[in-house]
Ligand binder design. Structure first.
Ligand SMILES: [Zn+2]
Length: 396
């Protein structure tokens, strides 16, 4: 696996790239604009239009969205990203480009999704009998594969999402639970488009699973625990209704996605999407060496993340900011500091500085102030004052 990546990286860098090497993720994001793609494209169409995503690095503008997605890939523990904006602003295109940026992951060879790590954690009972047998014989039960984008269907029911009783096993006289979409998203990317149109119980299950990294399903006497370690990206079109504040608060970063307002950027975006529409394979290979560099950078950032610290003076600054903004939710500081750690490590540092908070602050802290909660506390205080004055008056 390592070797083949190495070779293709070398081959591709000789094909289309005469730019100097990229030193940081930030530089990669910044460099995206301003490359004229059209002039150097081969003419023939390789015919992979359905399977080759538009390259992340070819996306024009939308710096905040791209940065938020990169930070979520480096540090999936900050609650994912919610993209808020109208249709046609590139939300879905950018999400579909993300799998290419992520390092390969273990993939089960079995219908039930058993992995060697399940055996390490839970013993042989944690996998299906077939996999237990294979594992005992030394036959592999998983392989390494590229990250997949799991897109939640709009009509998904809770049973589809968390899993339920397996009819296939039931016809063989056995009772088993089958994995839901959340378990299949383990190690992958989960994209929930139009999250504001989903049933509340479904959204709750997704956000719980994303936050914990695992979830438990109980059906009658049966119960199963599944891994659900995925990068979560949600999107919504505010014209079609809002999320409840309690749900909105549970997403880590929120990005307001506007259309491009710079004329030159719009023209460049049009040129690139036109080039992609006529020959997606050529566009993908144009960016492939930078994409592999970015993938290596993200893996290195993930590896270095655990050692990144937030010094006390920076933490106090962040907490003072949150207090000034009257944000009650503890998720405000969790997301602010986790996003700042991801940003620091992307910048090659092992310590967060105040400037990191300034960069990630808007996406971590916006839209957390809940009028409902604010009204709730002020009403609560009114009631409390009334109660106390009544107590003073009547009980002396
Ligand atoms: Zn199995």
């Amino acid at each position: 696996m390592e070797d083949s990546t190495q070779t293709s990286s070398q081959e591709e860098s000789t094909i289309a790239n005469n730019l100097p090497p990229v030193r940081s993720l930030r530089e990669l994001v910044d460099r995206v604009t301003g490359r004229n793609l059209v002039s150097s494209l081969p003419q023939e169409d390789a015919g992979f239009a359905d399977v080759i995503p538009f390259p992340f690095l070819a996306l024009v503008g939308q710096d905040e969205m791209k940065l938020a997605l990169l930070l979520a890939m480096i540090n999936p523990h900050m609650g994912g990203v919610l993209l808020i904006g109208p249709r046609g602003t590139g939300k879905t295109t950018s999400v579909r480009s993300l799998p290419d940026l992520l390092p390969h992951v273990p993939r089960s060879l079995c219908y039930y999704g058993c992995l060697p790590e399940d055996i390490e954690v839970g013993g042989m009972d944690a996998v299906c009998p077939d996999c237990a047998k294979k594992f005992g014989q030394g036959t592999p039960i998983s392989t390494f594969d590229r990250v997949r984008l799991v897109e939640l269907p709009l009509n998904a029911r809770l049973d589809d999402v968390v899993g339920g009783l397996d009819e296939r096993a039931a016809t063989q006289g056995r009772i088993r639970l089958h994995r839901g979409i959340l378990a299949r998203a383990d190690h992958n990317l989960l994209y929930v488009d139009e999250v504001n149109l989903l049933a509340d119980d479904v959204v709750d299950a997704i956000l719980d699973a994303a936050a914990q990294g695992y979830y438990i399903v109980r059906r009658g006497a049966m119960s199963s625990t599944y891994w659900s370690r995925f990068v979560l990206v949600g999107s919504m079109n505010p014209e079609e209704g809002y999320l409840r504040p309690q749900i909105l608060d549970r997403f880590g970063l929120r990005v307001i996605v506007h259309g491009l307002d710079d004329v030159d950027q719009r023209l460049e975006a049009y040129r690139r999407s036109h080039a992609y529409a006529s020959n997606p394979h050529a566009v993908a290979s144009q960016y492939s060496s930078d994409t592999i560099l970015a993938q290596n950078e993200i893996q290195a950032a993930r590896d270095a993340l655990p050692a990144v610290t937030v010094p006390d003076n920076v933490a106090h600054l962040g907490l003072a900011l949150i207090e000034q903004m009257r944000l009650d939710s503890l998720r405000a500081e969790i997301t602010l500091f986790e996003a700042a750690r991801a940003y620091a490590v992307a910048d090659g540092r092992s310590e967060v500085v105040a400037q990191d908070l300034a960069v990630v602050g808007p996406m971590a802290l916006r839209m957390r102030r809940s009028d409902f909660i604010e009204n709730f506390f002020s009403q609560q205080k009114n009631e409390e004052d009334e109660l106390r004055s009544l107590l003073e008056k009547y009980i002396s």
